[in-house]
Design a protein around this ligand. Structure first.
Ligand SMILES: O=C1C[C@@](O)(C(=O)O)C[C@@H](O)[C@@H]1O
Length: 224
């Protein structure tokens, strides 16, 4: 299995696996947004690209497009696909017990787990971000937090939380969505963030404030 997240992973986020050849030059992985794809499991079965896949089936209550009917089951089916090296599970689904079986299946199959939380409204206080990431890290290989920065102070709080957890030995991925937070996508890896997300085509962004893949690859390579 290729995705261990012991060093930074740049993921090309897409709903279309035929993007892989275009992503190969700059990305370390494909984040396949199953929730945004038409026939995600069929697309995974047919995938013959080189890049390993991080599969995400983002819930509609967490900013994605998937309703809960069959959502975690589809993710579970994805873990059986050879190229799927990691899956993203919402921390909320882990804490309410819904993802218990999925966690076990992923572990049994040697598939890494990213436990994620998104705040589309703002940026929680620093302490709360540390708490959320620490909680997520109990269940996952990488604890991920995406917030919405409204000020430079928000971005500093996020970077500071990232630095603290990384210094403590935790594996985290952080980013601030929105325009004010854009630069954190390039800078958070300096403070230890282990995953960056970028679309191959900037018109196909999967979150506000993303750079295109080539730009983010160059910025991170320059800074880290
Ligand atoms: O959770 C994340 C992070 C993200 O929201 C971002 O801000 O880059 C993009 C999503 O595709 C991914 O699932």
């Amino acid at each position: 299995m290729g995705l261990r997240f012991d060093s930074f992973v740049l993921a090309a986020a897409t709903a279309d696996l035929s993007d892989e050849p275009a992503a190969r030059e700059h990305a370390d992985a494909i984040e396949f947004r199953m929730d945004l794809a038409d026939e995600p499991l069929a697309a995974l079965e047919a995938y013959d690209g080189d890049l390993p896949i991080l599969a995400t089936n983002r819930a509609d209550w967490e900013g994605g497009d998937a309703d809960d009917d069959g959502r975690l089951e589809a993710l579970s089916a994805a873990t059986a696909v050879e190229s799927v090296d990691a899956i993203d599970i919402e921390l909320e689904s882990i804490l309410d017990g819904a993802a218990a079986g999925l966690l076990e299946t992923a572990r049994d199959r040697g598939v890494s787990i990213v436990a994620s939380t998104h705040d589309f409204e703002g940026t929680p206080p620093r302490k709360e971000m540390v708490r959320t990431l620490t909680e997520a890290g109990k269940y996952a290989d990488v604890a991920k937090l995406a917030v919405t920065a409204e000020s430079k102070a928000d971005t500093l709080a996020l970077l500071s939380a990232t630095e603290q957890l990384t210094a403590h030995g935790d594996s985290v991925a952080t980013m601030a969505m929105g325009e004010v937070g854009s630069h954190t996508r390039a800078v958070a890896p300096v403070y230890g963030s282990k995953i960056g997300y970028a679309p191959v085509d900037p018109d196909e962004a999967t979150a506000p404030g993303q750079y295109d893949l080539e730009t983010l690859a160059k910025l991170v390579a320059r800074l880290t």
